[in-house]
Design a binder for this molecule. Structure first.
Ligand code: BG6
Length: 471
């Protein structure tokens, strides 16, 4: 196919993302400031690649100035990260701020702004404090919803004058899906009602944060508050009604459970009907549902990596085990699919376009942006050239194709305002530490975590400078 120069609109966000826990390391962390992820790491140490864990991470806590200088060099317009809830406070009940950590965050924000990189801050990227998990079972509890809103208020008080892009959660569905739906993680309990309670309480917490943000006028300088979701762009195996229904139910349980209440203010009735059919109950009140209805988000970040393909469930369901949405579906492998073998994820760049069109047509064309998209590759060092620069042409191709489809969606009227690569640097994945490297910038773990732009870093730099690329 002939190649073309694709123009990137002048105000289009060209950024990169990360999260607090995945980068900052444990420097300065106090006793009792563990998050869900630290607890997870401590319980499941054996799965960690080469023994790397969160203790060192990329040492962003100490090296943020060096990293922000690299962001400036690449020309990132925006950088997304999180504030680590478990570290921002020393007392989660009385909302006592850890001044050392708060000051570090303040310096990060100032340095970003001074470098011309707009900060985008998320209040929870899986960093729910372990204390709240142990004491209240985390997001099972309405009390934790209240504590989160109080934490959010402290954060807005500190940084609301400088930060214009806020998000409550990154991928709010993920933790409870691994813990309570698929029972893959501690405490290994399959409990779909608990899964739904967590979903609901995080939605309620978002609505309450939106309410607070506006009531206290934090939106005055054009600041916005939203959420970052990971809807699974789902394709049915065939057009046969049973496969179509499987994809439809999958979409209700994994996507619309967050998209609908957060953007439109209401849950799909069909989801509630399916839940009552399977005795999935959770605590909600009319007042709470009104808060959700009246305080929808300003915009959404969407994390998109790979498509989901489903077909109708072929096996008879064992009625003695608790209900799981896979009662209705099975995953389906597309024959001949393109793969990122390191991560085991299919590559299908059109997911971005399809999501963009869906937001346009079904979600009031709300403002959205690609909040994460990227390619994690194992053992990249073998691709170094004589100048020791990783020749990650596969990542350049990946970004080219995904950015192309993002801009196609813009051209076709979707209100998409940006693209953020996951990730700025290689970092600690909650699944596999530094096994799969995602960065535009290499973190050399053998050499004191020194930073080096990869070929993709130079490519991204050129695309941002020229506001165009060839696809
Ligand atoms: C996203 C998360 O889902 O995927 C990130 O927001 C994560 O935190 C990224 O690192 C890549 O996934 P993984 O499991 O390979 O680290």
């Amino acid at each position: 196919m002939a190649k073309h120069t694709i123009q990137i609109p002048s105000n289009f966000i060209m950024g990169a993302a990360a999260s607090a826990w995945q980068t900052e390391g444990w420097s300065g962390k106090k006793e009792g400031q563990d998050s869900f992820l630290d607890q997870w790491y401590k319980n499941d140490r054996y799965v960690w690649h080469n023994g790397y864990g969160p203790a060192g991470a990329t040492d962003f806590y100490n090296r943020y100035a060096e990293d922000i200088a690299l962001m400036k060099q690449i020309g990132l317009t925006h950088y997304r990260t999180s504030i680590n809830w478990s570290r921002f406070l020393t007392d989660y009940e009385n909302v006592v701020v850890d001044e050392t950590y708060a000051d570090y965050m303040s310096r990060v924000i100032d340095e970003l702004i001074a470098s011309g990189v707009e900060p985008m801050i998320c209040l929870e990227h899986y960093e729910v404090p372990a204390y709240l998990l142990d004491k209240y079972e985390g997001w099972s509890s309405k009390h934790v919803v209240e504590l989160f809103v109080k934490y959010a208020e402290k954060v807005f008080e500190r940084y609301g004058d400088r930060v214009k892009h806020w998000f409550t959660f990154n991928e709010p569905i993920v933790v409870q899906t691994r813990v309570y739906l698929d029972a893959l993680r501690y405490p290994y309990e399959q409990n779909t009602p608990k899964w739904m309670q967590w979903n609901y309480n995080k939605t309620l917490a978002t609505a309450k944060c939106v309410q607070l943000f506006k009531a206290k006028n934090y939106n005055q300088n054009g600041a916005k508050i939203g959420v970052i979701l990971n809807p699974e762009v789902t394709y049915a195996r065939s057009s046969a009604p049973h496969d179509q229904y499987a994809a439809h139910v999958y979409d209700l349980f994994y996507n619309r459970v967050f998209l609908d209440p957060l953007i439109k203010g209401e849950y799909p009735q069909e989801l509630f009907d399916l839940m009552s059919k399977h005795d999935i109950t959770f605590e909600s009140t009319t007042e709470e549902l009104t808060v959700i209805k009246e305080h929808t988000v300003d915009y959404v970040g969407i994390n998109l990596y790979y498509p989901h393909r489903v077909k109708a469930q072929s096996k008879a369901w064992n009625e003695n085990i608790p209900f799981h949405p896979s009662y209705y579906y099975e995953h389906f492998d597309l024959p001949g699919k393109r793969m990122n073998k390191s991560r085991g994820w299919e590559i299908y760049p059109k997911i971005i376009y399809d999501m963009g069109m869906r937001i346009k047509n079904e979600y009031n064309n709300i403002e959205w942006f690609v909040a994460e998209n990227g390619m994690g590759i194992e053992n990249e060092v073998v691709f170094k050239n004589e100048e020791h620069i990783i020749q990650d042409d596969y990542r350049i191709d990946f970004i080219t194709e995904h950015l192309y489809y993002t801009l196609q969606a813009v051209e076709d009227g979707s209100n998409c305002t940006g693209y953020m690569l996951w990730a700025f640097t290689d970092n600690v994945s909650p699944m596999n530490a530094f096994k799969n490297r995602y960065g535009l910038v290499e973190i050399n773990l053998e050499n004191d975590r020194s930073r080096h732009l990869k070929k993709s870093g130079y490519w991204y730099q050129a695309a941002i400078k020229e506001r165009s690329f060839v696809a």
